[in-house]
Design a protein around this ligand. Structure first.
Ligand code: PLP
Length: 435
């Protein structure tokens, strides 16, 4: 057995752990400089050009660029007219923003479980959670995996629900040939650093519905009416806030959209390379390619099989970090996920101002509790699915080789230790405190 670094052996990667940087080439730099020279830094022409580029890229009528993916989700829910007393069905296997956007409208997130292979909303469980109060469904294309949309769209038609696709991690994924984000009423994307296209911070919505477009445009900018132009500047007849993006981010975004396919293909190539290298390693399940579409790769996720490895994900993560491929201090931020319904925010029904609003708001005539066992498939996924590595386009072959070598080494060692009855117990309280 090769001695693990955590047992005092030589690490796979002796130098620095892999760090992700933004793709920012001469074109982005030039575009940013042009905005600077124009001295128009806030939302203006460069943003209009960015929005047009996005709309053309997706083949949709409208795009609106906003300050981030979370605010993109929010303007869509606001445009749908979601409000107090309403329920919105969301997955628990997502980033918290999917669910907090619902709270921003004083509505109630209702969690439905996911399917164990693709980790996306399970339409049968969604159907079980629909009530007369349900107004929308938000499926999440987690880590680039398209959601099985047909059954969900059928539910929307049957129950007259809005469909909001949270495709924040999935620019370029397709479902049955159709671009993810163009199937429901609105598609939402994030362009925060690390995402498939990147503007530092940023997000956008796309839609073919012109009425929703006008409403979302308003909610992006203090509920002003786009159609009235400058005349609408100081009339505020709806609750509103400011979610504008800047011209600087937009200028970068336009260049990112132009290179989006290259970056997407490079990510896929990296992921497939990892899959080749990791094929046959015991105790891990490699990412699935859905039969109903083409995925893209945000992160490369593997499922760890505790019954084969003889231990839980935390011990695996700690041993892997010791091999030098990533920094243990990022254990929580990029490698760990807990099901959203078990986040203290939901379990404690924490509202602003110390209240339990909207969870126990007088407008809400349902009753909601968030507890362990609510979504067992997602809970198990959170215990077993490891966000191994971003496969961002600037990764070098050596980085991928190191990741694959480290996973192979740790998995083999764990299997062997388990066969010999050697206990695996690396995780300390210090590690648990990082989660
Ligand atoms: C699935 C999902 N939804 C929403 C968001 C929120 O996007 P942002 O961080 O740009 O607000 C993110 C990413 O961060 C995400 O991954």
């Amino acid at each position: 057995m090769e001695k693990l670094a955590i047992d005092g052996g030589a690490p796979v990667r002796g130098g620095n752990p892999i760090v992700e940087t933004d793709v920012f080439e001469q074109e982005e730099f030039d575009a940013l400089m042009e905005v600077a020279k124009s001295k128009k830094l806030r939302r203006a022409e460069a943003t209009l050009e960015y929005e047009q580029t996005i709309a053309e890229w997706f083949g949709v009528k409208h795009a609106i660029a906003v300050s981030n993916g979370t605010t993109a989700l929010h303007i869509a829910l606001a445009a749908f007219g979601i409000g107090p007393g309403d329920e919105v069905i969301v997955p628990p296997y997502t980033f918290v923003a999917t669910d907090t956007a619902v709270l921003e409208q004083n509505a109630i997130p209702i969690f439905a479980d996911i399917d164990p292979v693709h980790l996306t909303l399970d339409p049968e469980d969604v159907a079980r959670r629909i009530t007369p109060r349900t107004k929308a469904i938000i499926p999440v294309t987690i880590s680039g995996t398209p959601v099985d949309m047909d059954p969900l769209m059928d539910l929307c038609k049957k129950h007259n629900l809005w469909m909001l696709e949270d495709a924040c991690q999935s620019i370029g994924a397709r479902y049955k040939g159709q671009m993810v984000g163009t199937i429901g009423d609105v598609g939402v994307f994030s362009t925060v650093t690390g995402k498939i296209t990147n503007t530092g911070e940023g997000g956008f919505v796309i839609t073919n519905n012109s009425d929703l477009f006008e409403k979302m445009w308003g909610y992006m900018d203090f509920a002003r009416r786009r159609s009235l132009g400058p005349a609408s500047k100081y009339h505020f007849d709806l609750p509103c806030t400011n979610y504008r993006i800047t011209n600087m981010q937009s200028a970068i975004g336009t260049q990112q959209m132009k290179r989006a396919w290259d970056m997407i293909h490079k990510r896929t190539e990296n992921a497939h390379y990892l899959s080749e290298k990791l094929a046959g390693v015991p105790g891990i399940v490699l990412p699935a390619e859905p039969e109903y579409g083409e995925r893209v790769y945000f992160y490369y996720l593997i499922r760890l099989l505790p019954e084969v490895l003889g231990t839980d994900m935390l011990n695996f993560a700690v041993a892997l970090a010791a091999e030098g491929v990533y920094n243990i201090k990022y254990l929580s931020t990029t490698r760990w996920m807990i099901p959203q319904h078990l986040e203290p925010l939901f379990v404690n029904k924490a509202g602003y101002g110390g209240t339990k609003c909207p969870f126990e708001c007088p407008w809400y005539d349902g009753h909601v509790e968030y507890y362990k066992g609510l979504c067992p498939v997602a809970e198990k996924a959170c215990e077993e699915v490891f966000w191994l590595a971003s496969v961002h386009p600037l990764l070098k072959k050596q980085d991928l080789d190191d990741v694959a070598a480290a996973v192979t080494k740790v998995a083999n060692a764990f299997v062997e230790k388990t066969a010999k009855g050697i206990p695996i117990n690396y995780a300390t309280d210090e590690h648990r405190a990082l989660l």
